[in-house]
Design a protein around this ligand. Structure first.
Ligand code: IMP
Length: 219
């Protein structure tokens, strides 16, 4: 397996939050993350059918176009009662032209702009689970797939992390992002939306995937 040494690493994402989080995780190893947006690289259409497929196609394109090693992630929420949905469509469930009133326990406003509304996405998850009935259960997990590609190689190194939990309703907490307010990790009373970000980052699907990447490619 190839090793990832100090130097520039393209983060195949146009999401500034994601790039900053990866900078924090890999900075200590002498790795200098550069975002795909800074290099004006295009964002490919996510046509894969798994998290790993989508992470790999993003990293492959960034590595080929930049001539530098590239890292991409793809993540989402998988609900057992919904046969794993929204899964790779987690971000897309939050895209809609209309808004709903806040469903949060504390009445705090909906997150996101006109085209990204996670209160709407959480409401959809809740409604679809209700339709399945209580016996379908409330188990769910977050997945994070990481793909590391080098420009001169045909294939990448792939890692997957996950965190298991239960979905709660109504959503609780204003911290985190996405589906965090309805996700309560196993063994905890707080949702990811109520948890201190540092606590979430120690147990999250992303932390799990990065631990595997660092152990295999850097440490
Ligand atoms: P991506 O940017 O294509 O990987 O989309 C990931 C989507 O999955 C996000 O927009 C969120 O909806 C959801 N997601 C991934 N990770 C988390 C998390 O840690 N908390 C809450 N939602 C998440």
């Amino acid at each position: 397996m190839r090793r990832l040494g100090p130097g520039k690493l393209v983060i195949a994402s146009h999401n500034k939050g994601k790039v900053r989080e990866i900078e924090d995780l890999l900075g200590p190893y002498g790795i200098e993350p550069v975002s795909a947006a800074d290099l004006d690289l295009p964002e490919p259409e996510e046509t894969g059918v798994t998290f790993i497929d989508n992470a790999e196609l993003k990293a492959r394109l960034a590595a080929d176009l930049s001539g530098l090693p590239a890292l991409a992630d793809d993540s989402g929420l998988c609900v057992d009662a919904l046969d794993g949905r929204p899964g790779i469509y987690s971000a897309r469930w939050a895209q809609s032209g209309y808004k709903i009133p806040s469903a949060r326990a504390d009445g705090s406003p909906a997150e996101g702009g006109e085209d990204r509304n996670f209160d709407l996405a959480m409401e959809r998850v809740h409604q679809e689970m209700l339709a399945k009935g209580p016996e379908a259960g409330r188990n769910a997990h977050f997945v994070c797939a990481l793909a590391m590609c080098w420009p001169e190689d045909g294939q990448g190194e792939l890692f997957e992390g996950r965190v298991d939990g239960q979905l709660v309703w109504p959503p609780r907490g204003n911290l985190g992002f996405g589906y965090d307010p309805m996700f309560q990790p196993i063994g905890h009373d707080l949702t990811f939306g109520e948890m201190d970000p540092a606590q979430k980052h120690m147990m999250s699907h992303r932390a799990d995937a990065f631990r595997k990447l660092v152990a295999a490619l850097i440490a």
